[in-house]
Design a protein around this ligand. Structure first.
Ligand SMILES: [Zn+2]
Length: 412
């Protein structure tokens, strides 16, 4: 017997499933979406027959012909920070480089100081404000990295602050990542690495699903990153790599060799790097907002797809290089700068994001998966990409419940 429906969205003009069995992006017209509890029990053609239950227990939504898409899965963010770096933003606009700012004591180190000065509650409130803004743009799952603690206790407090948000009913799902190799703290390099590889990964394993490293000239070497990720994998954390962002440094090959879940940025990756990622089943995460702000080559979206890799698009929301909570903007930028079609970009922002977090239960609208969906303010799903900078989320559904309703006006 089919489970009793608790949510029915009917009169959907275009149900964009992002399910490849329906093509790309998997559009079903004149459709409905039905959930029981947190799970989708029907996603397909229909006008309500068989599910029209006038029970007070059922939330019934008339989509009035609008398009419905899966909730966005933002697989790469650094939203657990305190402090203000707007002056750096202005300095960069006036000609200072990322590297010059870092040498002057700005960059990641500045955020580390201001974040360390706050309590877990203060950091958690900052995460919650940004996560809520993400939810209002249609993001139903967000990955949050540490990396502004550097010192072990401060890193764990950052993860605790993110996890405190994860229990909120009006928040996206939060998935945490331990990012110990972000910037080198004061003190001895070898002692720091030994601590990360011992108590660091052990304590993080109780708080996070992934371990990430910043493999880059001026940050950490391939060998340092390998050492930390191998220790992390032994402790039960899956690997992620910030790779080939500013230079070609070997991070993508490392991600492939270790069977990492994702390699992120990749602007300086070459053809062999991308093929290695595809062959190893590593998802390539495009961060077109950061690429745009920093300048340099565009993210290799089309090249990754041509190599046969799974592609995700994420915000990289952070105080230095991309202060944006908006996944729709990243979808637009992936089309404009990374060579993806609108359909490819939408799939990358939903099912691609789920792949980058190894979450098999979401990212598409299909019976048996979690009911994470966004009813748009338009019957044209392509407006998510085409309508640059707009927030078109009318109703956001997370785990079968309405968690945000936008005001706003129709897209066109
Ligand atoms: Zn990042």
């Amino acid at each position: 017997m089919i489970a009793a429906p608790t949510l029915v969205v009917h009169n959907i003009g275009a149900l964009v499933t992002c399910d490849p069995t329906h093509g790309e992006p998997g559009i079903v017209s004149d459709a409905m979406l039905v959930a029981s509890g947190s799970e989708i029990i029907y996603a397909g053609r229909g006008r309500g027959a068989g599910f029209s239950s006038p029970s007070a227990d059922v939330v019934d939504i008339d989509a009035k012909g609008a398009a419905v898409i899966p909730g966005f899965v933002d697989a790469h963010t650094h939203i657990a920070w305190l402090g203000d770096r707007s002056a750096e933003y202005a300095a960069r606009a006036a000609g200072a480089t990322y590297e010059e700012i870092a040498r002057d004591g700005g960059g990641i180190r500045r955020t580390v100081q201001s974040t360390a000065a706050g309590t877990v509650e203060e950091v958690s409130a900052a995460v919650a404000a940004r996560a809520r803004r993400m939810l209002e743009h249609g993001t139903t799952t967000v990955e949050v990295k540490s990396g502004y603690g550097l010192e072990l206790g401060a890193e764990m407090r950052q993860l605790d602050a993110a996890l405190a948000v994860a229990v909120g009913d009006d928040m996206p799902d939060v998935v945490t990542t331990y990012l110990p190799l972000h910037s080198l703290p004061e003190g001895d390099r070898e002692e720091f690495l030994a601590e990360v590889c011992g108590p660091g990964v052990r304590e993080a394993a109780a708080r996070a699903r992934f371990c990430d490293v910043f493999c880059e000239e001026g940050a950490f070497t391939v060998e340092e990153c390998r050492r930390v990720l191998v220790a992390a994998q032994r402790a039960g954390l899956a690997a992620k790599v910030h790779a080939e962002q500013r230079t070609n440094s070997g991070g993508a090959r490392l991600a492939a060799a270790l069977g990492a879940v994702s390699a992120d940025h990749l602007e300086h990756a070459d053809a062999d790097d991308l093929r290695a990622l595809a062959d190893a089943g590593v998802t390539g995460v495009l961060l077109p907002g950061a690429a745009l702000v920093l300048g340099g080559p565009p993210p290799p979206g089309r090249r990754l797809l041509a190599a046969g890799a799974t592609v995700a698009v994420a915000t990289d929301c952070n105080p230095g290089t991309c202060f944006s909570e908006s996944m729709p903007l990243m979808v637009s930028l992936a089309v404009a700068t990374a060579g993806l079609t609108p359909a490819q970009a939408l799939v990358a922002a939903t099912s691609g994001g789920a792949a980058a977090l190894r979450l098999a239960d979401r990212g598409m609208l299909r019976a048996g998966l979690r009911c994470d969906a966004v009813i748009l303010q338009t019957n044209q799903w392509i407006d998510v990409a085409y309508h640059l900078g707009a927030n078109l989320a009318a109703t956001v559904i997370r785990a079968g419940r309405v968690v945000a309703t936008g005001g706003g006006v129709p897209s066109r």
